[in-house]
Design a protein around this ligand. Structure first.
Ligand code: GLA
Ligand code: GLA
Length: 707
């Protein structure tokens, strides 16, 4: 293709990146503070964790369910996270008899459990007695009873009731061999509550962080519009104001406060459970790309990460990178430690209406393997059976309400048989990557607070680069700012808006030590207080990037067609969102703008610095080809082999214990061939493969480099 050749030659590469997959240099990551990573397979008596979310408080008969589960290879259930009303029917009176009976039956069928602490859905009697448990919205109105996640996490009556139920669960199950551990609450991270308790909590958080009002006023620049605070009690929450605007520095600190408060609420529960039932593991059920909480901080308080994976939400037909990136982010949120999916899609999602069209049954299997390929040592389907009751009657479980062993059940059963056989191949392996994608919670929050232009989307930018790396069969670790960057050769840090001096130092060290850093538009703009730098952009990163930015141009009307294009060796690419007009210092120009008064100015540069280099992409082209070419060149320079995969086919690897496991995942309705560069053993059939491997439609091939 013409564009491929011209753009590639502009990056001084030739497009020939096929070759054997190289082993990454990193050894499996250690969990925080030097301890061994949590081993989910060892925890589950040496079995791959294969489960369903189960609600015996509402359904039955448990005996028949347990038989069907066992027949499908299920060895794990999560239960009770919404059963507070059943476990504590009246204040201080606990009833676990029903749960004991369910556990007994399940355990007898070889199925163990994680129990959820039920704080996500307080019982009606509790909120009737203490109505101010309900969170208050930013108009000063409390929510009414109903739904879930409706509480104020600073309310003392609520906290006392949570301590009560968590203590009772811990006491009752501390020695139960069929209970492996706990899930704290469910999907923490909201709502924001604007009542007086939360206001005081935020003011106290500010006092602890800053020590003096002078320090707050200085950090936030409150002199703007004369908002200087002279008492802690004057500091507001970012609630409803005229024009709906707040000081962005206050808003960023509010997000940090909220994230910290969420973690404190979790830790209040983990403290009780660890004290009373020290032998049991603790997790939480998270939401992938959701960013109301900084998962990388929250997860220092739990033993392993678990999350909800629903690929069918917003899925396009062969797209697979939404769940892929979310898996990698979840793994990265706890130092690349393997995780589990606590809710893997078991059917079509929906609440008041169905969200999308039904997936071919085989795709449910591909998605389960995708989780494994990205580091899951456990897959637990939501839910065993579709509910007959309540809000989620349209959210399909594995079984429908009639319990008929349908096509999805048979797929779950097939997969259950396979993960049992694959256990030895998987154990001790983890995804290893030489390329990392930096996700900055501060930057994400700062862009929520000031979205820049209507068409800006931080996650879409992550995907531009991530998807291209995946299309080339390259594993990617998502890293947070506190991560050790030494395992990586390439770091992509899209729109790194908020930078601290520590992060700047780390990026300089990374590049000088030989790493390749990819920065994109709107980097280095804000300091840690969400205050604009007074240095020439990209601020503290300008020297490293070898450029200066003295002018920029926002995209005015994204619907009105491309306002700008960039030119690489005569090839034009439409560009969007934002146009940083680059003045190269030590950097060389790789692309220029084509239109407007700055036509001919640099749009993309590369700077050599120390042993490494820095690319600065001043805008957001939307052509996949552009990213594929740019990254192919960078990969090749870094000595990393990629390969062009057929569209709709994913390749991901796990390594460890002397093995490499290659997953080929086909999301398309036709069979596909992938050149894997060498012969492997097919881990399921046992046969040796050729270097070209055929993957069935909506199918999976698992390869291992061992006899
Ligand atoms: C008006 C106000 C200024 C400033 C500008 C820009 O002109 O008088 O104080 O706020 O708008 O918003
Ligand atoms: C989330 C929750 C579940 C359930 C599903 C489906 O993942 O954790 O309790 O509500 O969504 O809506």
């Amino acid at each position: 293709m013409k564009s491929r050749v011209t753009l590639a030659s502009a990056f001084f590469i030739t497009f020939s990146i096929l070759g054997p997959v190289v082993m990454a240099g990193r050894v499996p990551a250690q969990a925080g503070s030097g301890s061994r990573p949590f081993d989910l397979i060892a925890w589950n008596d040496g079995q791959f964790v294969y489960g369903v979310d189960y609600y015996p408080e509402a359904e039955g008969p448990v005996e028949k369910d347990a038989e069907m589960m066992q027949a499908a290879g299920i060895n794990f259930v999560r239960m009770a996270e919404f059963a507070w009303a059943k476990m504590e029917p009246t204040e201080g009176h606990y009833d676990f008899a029903w749960l004991d009976r369910a556990l007994k039956v399940l355990n007898a069928h070889g199925i163990k459990a994680v129990l959820g602490t039920p704080s996500a859905s307080p019982p009606a009697w509790l909120m009737a007695r203490y109505p101010d448990i309900a969170a208050m919205n930013d108009q000063g109105v409390r929510y009414r009873y109903g739904s879930r996640r409706n509480y104020c996490m600073n309310n003392p009556h609520f906290l006392a009731a949570v301590r009560g139920i968590v203590t009772a669960m811990a006491e009752h199950y501390k020695n139960h061999p069929g209970v492996l551990g706990w899930q704290i609450d469910n999907e923490l991270g909201g709502p924001d509550c604007y009542d007086s308790l939360c206001l005081a909590a935020f003011q106290n958080w500010c006092r602890t962080k800053y020590g003096s009002l002078d320090a707050v006023n200085k950090a936030w620049g409150t002199i703007f519009w004369g908002h200087t605070y002279s008492a802690w009690s004057q500091i507001p929450l970012p609630w409803n104001t005229l024009y709906g605007v707040h000081n962005p520095s206050l808003e960023l600190d509010y997000r940090r406060y909220f994230s910290d408060a969420t973690r404190n609420f979790l830790v209040m529960q983990t403290d009780i459970l660890r004290r009373i039932a020290p032998g049991k593991a603790i997790t939480h059920n998270e939401m992938g790309m959701f960013d109301n909480v900084d998962y990388s901080h929250l997860n220092t308080a739990i033993d392993f990460v678990a999350w909800d994976n629903y690929p069918m939400i917003d899925r396009n037909d062969t797209g697979y990178t939404d769940p892929a990136l979310a898996h990698d982010l979840m793994r990265g949120s706890k130092n690349q430690q393997n995780f589990m999916v606590m809710e893997e899609e078991g059917g079509l999602p929906g609440w008041t209406e169905f969200w999308g069209h039904q997936a071919p049954p085989g795709l449910y299997r591909v998605w389960a393997y995708q989780a494994i390929a990205h580091g899951a040592d456990g897959v637990c389907y939501f839910r065993w059976r579709t509910s007959r009751f309540g809000t989620e009657q349209y959210w399909q479980g594995v079984l429908d309400q009639d319990s008929y062993p349908n096509a999805r059940y048979n797929v779950v059963k097939q997969t259950g048989d396979e993960v049992k056989r694959l256990k030895d191949v998987l154990e001790g392996t983890t995804p290893l990557s030489q390329v990392a994608l930096l996700v900055s919670p501060d930057t994400r929050w700062a862009f929520h607070i000031q979205p820049l232009v209507k068409s800006f989307d931080y996650n879409r930018q992550l995907h531009r680069y991530y998807d291209s790396l995946r299309r080339q069969g390259v594993n990617v670790d998502v890293v947070f700012p506190q991560a050790d960057l030494s395992p990586y050769k390439i770091l992509v840090a899209p729109s790194l808006f908020v930078v601290t001096p520590e992060l700047t130092r780390k990026l300089i060290d990374f590049v000088e030590g030989g790493g390749t850093l990819v920065l994109t538009y709107r980097s280095g703009v804000k300091d840690e207080h969400n205050v604009f730098t007074d240095e020439t952009l990209p601020g503290p990163l300008a020297k490293l990037a070898g450029i200066a930015i003295h002018d920029y141009d926002p995209e005015a009307d994204p619907a009105g067609g491309a306002q700008q294009q960039i030119v690489v060796s005569g090839q034009h690419y439409p560009a969007h969102v934002w146009f940083d007009i680059l003045t190269p210092g030590t950097a060389q120009t790789l692309a220029t703008y084509a239109a407007s008064y700055y036509a001919g100015s640099a749009a993309l540069t590369r700077n050599a610095s120390g042993k490494g280099s820095v690319y600065y992409v001043g805008t957001e082209p939307d052509s996949a080809e552009f990213y594929d070419q740019l990254l192919a060149g960078i990969l090749q320079s870094a000595g990393i082999s990629g390969r062009r995969l057929p569209e709709g086919v994913e390749m991901a690897t796990r390594e460890g214990a002397g093995r490499k496991v290659v997953f080929l995942l086909n999301y398309t309705a036709t069979k596909q061939s992938v050149d894997v560069g060498e012969a492997y053993r097919d881990a399921l059939s046992g046969g040796l493969t050729a270097t070209s491997v055929e993957v069935p439609e909506f199918g999976v091939t698992v390869l291992v480099n061992q006899p």
